[in-house]
Design a protein around this ligand. Structure first.
Ligand code: ADP
Length: 577
């Protein structure tokens, strides 16, 4: 058919004509049938019926015309609706395709971001481990020097500052780790029992010094209702308060810095108020963003990274709390932190020893330190030996297990990351020991717990992070070994703990003179591996001298070759006499 013909047939008017013609044909056919079926007597009757049926036909045709028009209209609107639906479906399909493409791109971007974030976390964790190891030595030696009575008092302040700054640095490392952990969605909050007064006093004494050095008074106004001991994450709470207090001291040149603490219905409200430079109203929302600092020229002049408040807010919110600030330029600022600190009714650990521990009563306890870092092993020896503990050291997991079997320590301090066997594996083997098993404290340079194993809770009795906090370590030793401290304030010199390990000079048979000479030679050239294999050989050939060999092995493992030579020298003198 020509195109115009198709167009004409599809037009509404031709459809209408078609439908009407159809209706008319049906009506006409029905009426004709009636006309044919009726028998007529006369021609007049036939004529009457014909004219009646013709009239009926025209009347019905009018109704048929209306009905046909309705039908054509309905068809038209149905077609229009179908057309619209088809168009909408097409649009939707296009949109779905576009979404699928965007989704795929987003997924790809997310995977890339996750990979980058994981790489960053690994980098931050690795870096923090590297930083913590030397820091551990700084904090530890500062702690030792602080306890050294031969150091003049005027030097002690410097040592304290070294320790505090190193501790602060280690706190910063924790902060960076925390940011990376929060970003990576991995953040473990500890539930420590914190002796609040003692904890706050430590902070106050640290900041009072700093404030006074600037000619600023420091006020500490704790509520009387403050509980003795509360549950919270000690490190995170310390970090929040240190950040706020150091800002208050930093931005205040005269007047005062005050720390007020209220406590009600298990909620503590810490208010850190200063009379410093203040923060312009326009900056109040900004300062919590990373690396944002106030535009105030006096604030710009002071050193800072702009990370402190970001970490503080992240920490407070992760702990279920909130932080608010009020400030007026030139008059000062008040930061308010609200945190839930639930009261510990029956604390697990004993209250911290207020005075300096000088020893302990009761039988001598053996503590084994396992760490691949010789500095750390020496550090722990120097911390614990003066208190009367018999400290033995092992540089790796294998020697730890061998020594533990032989010496049966009461407590084992275990580093987590060691070459060969890691700390958790060693802990698992120690737990399986048939005889009386030692208590285990895990010491890790990582504040993160990502390397913890599912069963790790059964594998250790305590978990401490490096740098070692001496007080925390002593608290744990105290509760795990069940010993009584002898403290300086008792006014009596600490009695030597009763010796249960037999002294090699009196109890164990001496070494053969040739062995002594050989060991001295190896000791003088510092050939540690040679010494350990010589000791293994002596132990095999002369099993009766095992106790002395074990003692020498310990000394060698702690790289204390001077002491090793002293012991051998005593043996040589014994032979000579
Ligand atoms: P930083 O102190 O290292 O710059 P923060 O995140 O701790 O980083 O603080 C961000 C900014 O908020 C600071 O640079 C300072 O402008 C402002 N600020 C914070 N605390 C105070 C305060 N107590 N008094 C005045 N300004 C403050």
């Amino acid at each position: 058919m020509p195109r115009w013909g198709v167009t004409w047939i599809r037009s509404d008017i031709s459809r209408y004509g078609g439908v009407l013609a159809l209706f008319a044909a049906i009506i006409g056919a029905a009426l004709t049938l009636v006309y044919i079926q009726v028998p007529f007597e006369t021609a007049v009757q036939r004529e009457i019926l014909r004219s009646t049926l013709t009239t009926v036909f025209f009347i019905l045709s009018i109704f048929a015309g209306i009905a046909a028009w309705f039908i054509v209209l309905m068809q038209g609107s149905r077609r229009a609706a179908e057309e619209e639906t088809r168009r909408q479906t097409e649009l939707l399909m296009q949109e779905i395709e576009a979404h699928q493409r965007t989704d795929a791109k987003l997924q790809e971007a997310k995977e890339k971001a996750e990979a980058a974030s994981k790489a960053k976390s690994r980098y931050v964790v690795g870096l923090s481990h590297e930083l913590r190891t030397p820091l551990n030595a700084v904090v530890g030696y500062a702690q030792i020097l602080e306890r050294d009575s031969t150091i003049p008092a005027r030097r002690l302040d410097a040592i304290r500052t070294v320790r505090r700054n190193a501790e602060y640095l280690s706190g910063l490392i924790d902060g960076l780790l925390d940011i990376s952990k929060i970003e990576a969605g991995r953040f473990h909050l500890n539930r420590d029992e914190v002796w609040l007064r003692d904890f706050l006093n430590q902070l106050v004494s640290m900041f009072r010094l700093q404030a006074n050095a600037k000619g600023v008074t420091f006020r500490f106004e704790p509520s009387d209702r403050l509980p003795q001991c509360v549950y919270t994450d000690e490190n995170r709470l310390r970090q929040i308060l240190i950040n706020l207090l150091s800002n208050a001291v930093k931005f205040t040149d005269s007047g005062h810095v005050a720390m007020r603490i209220g406590y009600r219905n298990q909620v503590a409200v810490f208010e850190i108020e200063d009379t410093g430079i203040g923060i312009p109203a326009c900056d109040l929302g900004r300062i919590f963003q990373p690396f944002e600092r106030s535009e105030h020229s006096a604030a710009r002049a002071r050193a800072g990274t702009g990370l402190g408040l970001t970490i503080t807010r992240m920490l407070a919110e992760t702990m279920g709390g909130e932080i608010k600030v009020r400030s007026e330029v030139g008059r000062g600022s008040t930061f308010q932190v609200r945190l839930m600190l639930s009261d510990v009714v029956r604390p697990r650990d004993a209250a911290p020893v207020e005075d300096r521990v000088r020893g302990y009563a009761g039988p001598r306890q053996t503590i084994m330190v396992t760490d691949d870092d010789p500095i750390h092993r020496r550090l722990v020896c120097e911390l614990l030996e003066p208190l009367g503990f018999n400290v033995i050291t092992a540089p790796d997991g294998a020697s730890c297990l061998a020594l533990a079997d032989e010496q049966r320590p009461n407590l084992v301090l275990l580093d987590v990351s060691m070459p060969g066997m890691d700390g958790w594996t060693v802990a698992r083997r120690l737990r399986r020991m048939p005889r009386e098993r030692p208590a285990i404290i895990i010491l890790s340079a990582l504040a993160m717990d990502h390397e913890r194993l599912p069963d790790c809770d059964d594998l250790h009795d305590a978990y401490l992070t490096k740098p070692i906090n001496l007080r925390q370590l002593l608290d744990k030793i105290h509760s795990l070994l069940g010993i009584e401290w002898i403290v300086e304030s008792d006014g009596v010199p600490p009695p030597e703990p009763s010796e249960t390990v037999p002294d090699e000079k009196t109890a164990s048979p001496p070494l053969a003179p040739a062995d002594v000479e050989r060991l001295i030679r190896l000791g003088e050239i510092g050939h540690v591996r040679g010494i350990t294999s010589a000791l293994d050989e002596i132990e095999r050939n002369e099993p009766h001298s095992a106790a002395l060999v074990a003692k020498l092995r310990n000394i060698v493992y702690s790289f204390n070759l001077d002491r090793f030579l002293v012991v051998l020298d005593a043996q040589r003198r014994d032979h000579a006499s």
